[in-house]
Design a protein. Structure first.
Length: 435
């Protein structure tokens, strides 16, 4: 295979030369598209296409810039966050004077100023504040998020919006994610290809370490830090309340965690790791964000132009790892029939009949394919526990201490339904099994 050279200096100056290479792709049919894809109508339709970007942080800044330079002219961006001084090393659309302002607003104005002819509409709010009518206006949704809950929410919303009679209701979802030197890009065609919920078990929940592991057999430096954070702090109360920004408090946790790590022969507890675990900081690397954002925007360009096959229908998942030299791989992930969002089968739920209801609910937080923090539960249509409203919570609270079989009378084969306020559109269906 020949090495690829170039990709560099475009000839000429001025507005026309900026779009010269892009226009070659837009205006000429290639092996993957047809004359109709490069017709005046298709080009005009593309000029009108609306793209939604979710997140204006590390990935979002890159995505907005890339989409604008890929010829998308009508872009909306949602982000509820304001700019912090610590963002400035990589979120390159922000300057010191912008600290405290809304990310979406500043990012939109910056890109509009630099790329003539693009319109970027900012929304300084949560994605949950918009309804289906809002999401319906877009042709493509690109996510640069660091929250799994937000991804699950937009995924469920886009899957629910699909109306088989209306082709426009199907919105391709391009999802980028990074963590340190690792990243991934996924393309989802809602209801047709595996959705984010189908792939949820690829994320190990962050706080997934059971308390008993922390208390008895730590295996990793993070376990020792969590032990100091959750258990030792509570027992010894060295300061009235934990301030995660106070170096004295972090030092206390660091020393406690180090001592415990030594006891169990575990290496790797450092001050900065302690700070990271306690503050739940995901390390952000500017170049990883740039690589993943670039691949997300290439997929958007391919979907919009048909110039080359996009991720999605065959292989839908591209992972990138820069941890140990550079490695990428693209693979196929299958749709799950028992996916709570796009499937229609109940999942088997294996439980210990001697568990209390509270133990069962706690297990939902750490199960990789569920990750629910505030579950409510019904069995065979009967409410066992509801988080809301307060009156019903109080009525059902005594059930939490009852055991599943003897206390609540649950039997194998019972239909269990679980809901969570983070995903109002979803009901997780299970068939109970005793382990
Ligand atoms: Zn699914």
């Amino acid at each position: 295979m020949a090495a690829i050279s170039g990709g560099g200096g475009g000839g000429g100056t001025g507005a026309a030369s900026r779009w010269h290479y892009l226009d070659q792709i837009r205006r000429n049919p290639g092996p993957f598209n047809e004359d109709s894809d490069v017709s005046d109508e298709a080009l005009a339709a593309w000029d009108k296409a609306k793209v939604l970007v979710i997140g204006a942080g590390g990935l979002g800044c890159e995505i907005l810039k890339n989409l604008a330079l890929s010829g998308f002219k009508d872009i909306h961006v949602i982000d509820m966050d304001t700019i912090d001084i610590s963002n400035l090393n990589r979120q390159f659309l922000f300057r010191k004077d912008d600290v405290g302002k809304f990310k979406a607003e500043v990012a939109a104005a910056f890109v509009e100023k630099r790329v003539n002819g693009v319109k970027i509409t900012p929304h300084n709010c949560r994605i949950q504040e918009f309804d289906e009518d809002f999401y319906m206006q877009f042709q493509i949704v690109v996510c640069g998020l660091d929250s799994i809950d937000a991804r699950r929410w937009i995924n469920a919303t886009l899957v629910n919006m699909v109306d088989m009679e209306n082709q426009d209701s199907l919105k391709p979802l391009i999802d980028g994610g990074t963590e340190g030197f690792k990243g991934q890009t996924r393309v989802i065609f809602p209801t047709i290809t595996p959705c984010i919920e189908c792939q949820l078990d690829l994320y190990t929940p962050r706080a997934a370490v059971p308390l008993c592991t922390l208390a008895t057999i730590p295996r990793q430096p993070e376990h020792c830090i969590e032990w100091a954070h959750i258990i030792a702090w509570d027992q010894e109360k060295p300061f009235p309340s934990l301030d995660k920004d106070d170096p004295e408090h972090i030092t206390w946790l660091y020393q406690k965690a180090s001592a415990r790590a030594q006891e169990f022969g575990i290496a790797g507890v450092t001050y900065s790791l302690t700070q990271g675990v306690v503050k739940n900081i995901i390390p952000a690397i500017a170049s990883t964000n740039a690589i993943i954002a670039a691949s997300c925007c290439n997929e958007a360009l391919k979907i919009a132009t048909n110039a080359a096959p996009a991720l999605g229908f065959e292989e839908s998942y591209m992972m990138y790892s820069g941890d140990d030299s550079i490695y990428t791989s693209t693979f196929r992930y299958d749709k799950k029939d028992d996916c709570a969002v796009c499937g229609n089968l109940a999942k088997p739920l294996a439980v210990d009949p001697a568990w209390t209801l509270q133990e069962l609910l706690d297990s939902f937080a750490v199960k990789p394919d569920l990750q629910l923090k505030k579950p409510s539960i019904r069995a065979e249509g009967k409410t066992l526990y509801m988080q809301f409203p307060p009156g019903i919570e109080e009525q059902t609270r005594p059930n939490l201490d009852k055991t599943l079989k003897d206390g609540l009378g649950l039997e194998p084969g019972f239909e269990i339904a679980v809901t969570d306020p983070s995903f109002p559109a979803l009901t997780f269906q299970f068939i109970l099994k005793f382990a």
